[in-house]
Design a protein around this ligand. Structure first.
Ligand SMILES: [Zn+2]
Ligand SMILES: [Zn+2]
Length: 276
């Protein structure tokens, strides 16, 4: 209960100095504020539920309130024997392409390459169904039907399923909130959940859109992705600087052109300098 007590003691006007508390509560306040798991086996959200003001957009501390378990619910297991076999395959392939595996720099490249691919596809281990949002209040009227929350740019790195080559860029997410909002760090992790796989830009955008719609139960959801695809840029003579842009709309955005335009204007103004 230490954390709960600390927060109550620091309500404005109560004048706690930090020196009149017995035993374990003594110490610099910042130390308590930054401390990890709360004492007593209660999750932080439970302890803080009655004590914290309702969060507002921009002031969300979702990492504080919820674990990251949803990013690791389906760990992929590959046996040591399989890893060894895959390294053999990779070694053969890399040598056939021209790499010499007998140098200090390349001796472990097959293993490192597989490891990097494994890390780059860790999105398969997560489950967006477990992501939750913050409650907020809907006051109805035009504010609730038209006011957007727009987050981005959120950088992402994905692998195209056609070539297993990276495509990467930025995501911009918008929503017209109803009774739930979500913090930028959780949005970032949600984007990564769908990016770190073998996918295509269209599916990735659709999955983010559908997950956000379900999590937020919002009046509308908008997703704008812009990315460069190395499979078209690195090979042969097909070098280009082209950026692929995709948009996805749900709810109020589908029927309201001004809402879409406002979202795209803000997203693109923030995008200036990234891909222009
Ligand atoms: Zn491709
Ligand atoms: Zn509403």
């Amino acid at each position: 209960m230490a954390r709960f007590t600390f927060r109550r003691l620091h309500r404005p006007g109560e004048g706690w100095t930090g020196h009149d508390q017995p035993g374990a509560l003594r110490g610099p306040p910042t130390e308590w504020a930054d401390r990890g798991p709360p004492v007593g086996g209660h999750p932080p959200a439970e302890l803080m539920a009655d004590d914290e003001p309702r969060p507002t957009v921009g002031g969300l501390r979702d990492d504080d309130l919820e674990g990251r378990d949803w990013e690791r619910v389906r760990p992929r297991r590959i046996s040591d024997a399989d890893w060894k076999r895959y390294e053999g395959y990779m070694g053969e392939i890399l040598q056939a392409l021209g790499m010499s595996l007998n140098t200090p720099g390349t001796l472990k490249t097959p293993m490192r390459y597989l490891r990097a691919m494994f890390d780059s596809t860790e999105g398969y281990e997560g489950d967006d169904k477990l992501v939750t949002a913050f409650p907020t209040e809907c006051y109805g009227g035009p504010d609730c039907e038209l006011s957007q929350v727009i987050d981005g740019p959120i950088p992402f790195y994905a692998l195209c399923e056609h070539h297993a080559f990276p495509f990467f860029g930025h995501a911009y997410l918008g929503y017209v909130a109803h009774e739930h909002i979500i913090g930028i760090s959780k949005l970032t992790r949600l984007v990564r959940l769908f990016a770190r796989r073998f996918t295509v830009q269209e599916r990735m955008g659709r999955e983010i859109t559908e997950a956000l719609s379900r999590i937020l139960q919002a009046h509308g959801v908008a997703v704008y992705l812009e990315a460069v695809h190395l499979c078209t840029q690195m090979r042969g003579v097909r070098e280009s600087e082209s950026t692929t842009r995709t948009t996805f709309w749900r709810g109020n955005y589908e029927s309201n052109a001004e809402l879409r335009e406002e979202f795209l204007n803000i997203a693109r103004s923030r995008a200036n300098g990234h891909f222009s």
